[in-house]
Design a protein around this ligand. Sequence first.
Ligand SMILES: NC(=O)C1=CN([C@@H]2O[C@H](COP(=O)(O)OP(=O)(O)OC[C@H]3O[C@@H](n4cnc5c(N)ncnc54)[C@H](OP(=O)(O)O)[C@@H]3O)[C@@H](O)[C@H]2O)C=CC1
Ligand SMILES: CC(=O)N[C@@H](CCC(=O)OP(=O)(O)O)C(=O)O
Length: 332
Amino acid sequence: MNNYSVGRIGILGAGGYAGRELLRILAAHPRATIAWATSESEAGTPLSELVHGATGPALVRAADADLAACDCVISCLPHGESAKWMERAHAAGVRAIDLSADLRVPGEATPQWAREAVYGLPELHRERIAGARLIANPGCYPTAATLALAPLFRRGLTAGPVIINAASGVSGAGRSPKRELLFAEVAEGFSAYAAGNIHRHLAEMRSQAAALSEGAAPDLVFTPHLLPVRRGILETIYVPLHVPLAGDPASLWLDDYAGEPFVQVFSGGRLPSLADVVQTNRVAIGVTAVRDVSSPMLIVVAAIDNLRKGAAGQAVQNLNLMFGWPETEALL
Ligand SMILES: NC(=O)C1=CN([C@@H]2O[C@H](COP(=O)(O)OP(=O)(O)OC[C@H]3O[C@@H](n4cnc5c(N)ncnc54)[C@H](OP(=O)(O)O)[C@@H]3O)[C@@H](O)[C@H]2O)C=CC1
Ligand SMILES: CC(=O)N[C@@H](CCC(=O)OP(=O)(O)O)C(=O)O
């Protein structure tokens, strides 16, 4: 039974960037109340001091959180730390949404309880999310890449390696102190990292590409970059095609995403910028054919806010679906 009129939400890791964004969104949610929220360094701080307008008990340490006192636990804990809490929530019979990467790509060693996790990309898996007890909220880079590429993968149109060049704002790296993220290190710079297909998001992108593709999924080459803005991800994706597409290639995306409340498709070759999506739960997608090359190629550009559609906004979209609430509640 999915129809709760009100849901009590517990937030693990509310002191981080994703957790604060979640508190901000839920403060405007008419059906969600905060049962408890955790922070190790801010325990005892009133919620309203962390996020203006947030209501609920003061922050507690994770060890003091009463999992059973809520209807849904949302974890904004780091990878590695999150899974054990998700297992506890599952054992307590409480629904859960995990923002970390821990449950997104099951492997041979994944225990049975974790295999129940549904990959929480609503535009692709809406029906399964609505019936789920456990959600693996997608990664920020994979959210943009998968939504950008799904219309091509579904139709088997790609003819070779798909090259995904992505840039993320600094909040994508979390709030914990890291020397390489100091202002003087990143300001006015722009650099690639984890190049050569070594980023952990590749496994997630590949698993969604394989699920969408007829036959073998194309190779992906993924290079993330650090962009010195606070938030936002922009991905420029190069896609070799078997045959050129007739007319405006954006028509595929317009057809596939017609009626989607959080997908904005640009036509006529217009491409999105971060300004189109920052502070929203939307993905904005533009597409253009590449001229003067010997074999057909498209460029697809996708933009999201890493903390909204890439994390907390998507988590609330999943929460709304799980509880039978309007999918757009608190997100428009
Ligand atoms: N930032 C982003 O754009 C995105 C993040 N994510 C994922 O969401 C999760 C949160 O990310 P983000 O908010 O950026 O991370 P932050 O580092 O900003 O926040 C992490 C939170 O977890 C708490 N925490 C850290 N270690 C422990 C521990 N051992 N026990 C209990 N609590 C702990 C921190 O406590 P304290 O309050 O004391 O610091 C903080 O509240 C991560 O798994 C991340 O990969 C997913 C998509 C996008
Ligand atoms: C700029 C930056 O450092 N970004 C992070 C993405 C963090 C993130 O969102 O992690 P998950 O989606 O896997 O939870 C990174 O590349 O590791």
